[in-house]
Design a protein around this ligand. Structure first.
Ligand code: F6R
Length: 606
């Protein structure tokens, strides 16, 4: 959470910082601020509560100018959303921005007697105070001594009054990536932000200090030795970040799904069979584990639930899907025969990262499914399979989810093959069906006006239910999360057979119900459950498949027909239909679809 940036170069830093902060705003948008070295060599800070747009307006009337500076966009943790709590914070000779949480900030405050000079309620200002305490003219030494005292997670970008055109940074867990080119040296919270000048970048190793000015970038370990960074190359196009003519990133990202799913699967199919040789995921790993456990959060966890259905129904292997934030507190049963799969778009979600580390300590084999190259979770894992979703900017995840699903289908197929569960021909048939999914998604997208019409029916609703069984229920859990997070309508996904055990009491003629019916063996039972809610006056919007005879269309408020695929693959077109549904509700209600309230794209606090 929180987006940070530091830049030194030959560009005017103000516009550059503001543009990059706008790019990073998906990480938090409670407040924004910058600090820069002005032409007189003094560090100036401008900050305010609210969006980067507000900061831009504020800066329009100022005449500060410079070539080195840093910026921050905040997701509030300690202290409310106020101008004072906005970063950067200044204390003595130190100005800094921070992403993360300092758990022992109260003790530090007491120990170093900082309170008299504090202006905010943040943990960050205390860190500035601690660095100021240790500063005796040597920034690297002050940073090193200070971070030894910090407990928690942090990515810090620091400026010292005595070295106003030099940017320093250090991190523990929270990400910082760095890129260098003739246009300047830049560091930031994510790859998309630093790769505006060059595709080459490196991940700042934990507890290493970076010192950069216009001429050079130097990396030091904690003992003060210079370290050579490991350069990586971003594999997405630099120009991929715009909205592409759509009003919101979310719409653009929904539309991109056929293409990115295809990209994610095609390079991993050889002679009709799935293969992970490039990722060096050996068949032994997939054959020898006797249990699988997925750890993930939110949408990524919902992808895991679909993976669970695949593992059970195709492979007959036990798979647990655990909320990463609960994992280590549930005393999970793990050993060296357990394959733990971490799923994460950002690869930085701290709950997932900590769960993965816990699993490693317990001896598990770890594999991660990640979108952002070189992210922390990828680096911690024994094996990594990247999704090719490209940068996902909208806070609500869409294309990252469906590409995660694509990888799970491929993994299931490879496992079925190497374990001799499916014969070669059956695996090839499974893969052929997976290759049909981009086509099926295109069909849904083509008929999106119908979904828009359905969405208009829930604009005034306070609560909605989404009902279905089996795989349909897993799809709805994700569809319901999408609706909640961007439209602020309370929505509950419910296993439809369970309704009558209590929750049906909430169904009235004011409760719109979304029903999903895509699975042949569940259809009749699902239809009975739907009729039960209709009998209580509910207005039902039904998502089903073209080939299903459902009869009595008049009974339903609206019906959307999904293109036919084999049951297991209906997840993909159905999920895209629900993404569009949530999107239209939010857009029609006039919300900022890409930046729903209280949320951030990358969740780096526990
Ligand atoms: C919802 C959403 C979140 C994320 C979750 C995990 O639309 O995007 O629920 O899925 O915060 O994030 P990652 O995948 O980055 O680990």
């Amino acid at each position: 959470m929180c987006g940070i940036i530091g830049y030194t170069g030959n560009k005017d830093v103000t516009g550059m910082l503001l543009d990059t902060l706008e790019m990073l705003e998906y990480r938090g948008y409670d407040s924004a601020g910058i600090a820069l070295c002005d032409t007189d060599g003094k560090i100036r800070v401008v900050k305010c509560a609210g969006r980067v747009k507000g900061l831009r307006n504020l800066l329009e009337d100022s005449h500060i100018k410079g070539n080195s500076g840093m910026g921050h966009t905040r997701w509030a943790t300690h202290g409310g959303v106020t101008d004072q709590n906005a970063h950067p914070h200044r204390y003595g000779h130190i100005t800094l921005v921070h992403n993360g949480i300092i758990e022992n900030y109260k003790e530090l405050n007491d120990k170093y007697q900082l309170q008299d000079m504090l202006c905010s309620e943040t943990d960050t200002e205390v860190v500035a105070g601690v660095i100021n305490h240790f500063y005796n003219g040597d920034p690297i030494d002050a940073i090193r001594r200070s971070v030894m005292k910090l407990k928690g997670t942090f990515a810090l970008v620091i400026m010292f009054d005595d070295f106003p055109d030099t940017i320093f940074a250090i991190r523990n867990v929270s990400p910082i990536v760095v890129s260098s080119s003739e246009k300047g040296n830049i560091l930031a919270s994510d790859v998309a932000a630093v790769c505006q000048f060059s595709k080459d970048y490196f991940v700042l190793p934990e507890l290493h200090t970076i010192m950069m000015n216009r001429e050079s970038v130097k990396l030091y370990d904690l003992s003060g030795e210079i370290v050579e960074p490991e350069i990586l190359t971003a594999d997405w196009e630099l120009g991929q970040n715009g909205k592409g003519g759509f009003p919101f990133y979310m719409e653009k990202e929904i539309m991109e799904q056929p293409e990115v799913i295809q990209k994610t699967i095609e390079g991993r199919i050889l002679d009709g069979l799935p293969c992970f040789t490039e990722e060096e995921v050996t068949d032994d790993v997939l054959r020898d584990c006797n249990r699988i456990c997925v750890v993930a959060c939110g949408t990524a966890m919902h992808a895991g639930l679909v993976g669970q259905v695949l593992a059970h129904s195709v492979l007959g292997i036990h798979m647990d899907v655990e909320l990463a934030s609960e994992f280590m507190y549930a005393d999970p049963v793990i050993d060296d025969q357990t394959l733990v799969i971490a799923i994460s778009q950002s690869g930085e979600t701290i709950d997932t990262l900590e769960a993965l580390k816990y699993a490693k300590r317990a001896g598990a084999i770890t594999l991660s499914i990640i979108n952002v190259r070189g992210a922390s979770i990828a680096r911690e894992s024994d094996y990594v399979i990247y999704t090719y979703a490209g940068p996902e900017v909208a806070v609500a995840s869409t294309k990252a989810y469906t590409t995660q699903l694509a990888v799970l289908y491929l993994l299931t197929a490879r496992m079925a093959f190497v374990r001799g569960i499916l014969c070669e021909d059956d695996v090839k048939t499974f893969i052929l069906e997976l290759q049909q999914t981009p086509w099926a998604i295109r069909q849904v997208i083509q008929k999106r006006d119908q979904i828009h019409k359905m969405a208009r029916r829930v604009l005034d609703a306070r609560d909605t239910f989404m009902i279905g069984r089996g795989l349909d229920y897993s799809i709805l859990l994700e569809g319901s999360l999408k609706l909640k997070e961007i439209s602020y309508i309370h929505s509950e996904a419910y296993a439809s057979g369970e309704l009558k055990h209590g929750t049906i009491a909430l169904i009235t003629d004011k409760t719109p119900v979304v029903a999903m019916v895509t699975q042949k063996r569940l259809k009749d039972k699902e239809m009975s459950n739907i009729r039960e809610v209709c009998a209580r006056g509910a207005k039902v919007m039904l998502f089903t498949r073209e080939s299903f005879e459902i009869g009595g269309i008049d009974e339903w408020s609206e019906v959307f027909e999904l293109p036919d695929l084999e049951d297991l693959f209906m997840v993909l077109p159905a999920s895209v239909a629900l993404q569009l549904f949530a999107y239209y509700v939010s857009a029609d209600k006039g919300f900022d679809v890409d930046k729903p309230r209280n949320l951030a794209k990358v969740v780096t606090v526990e």
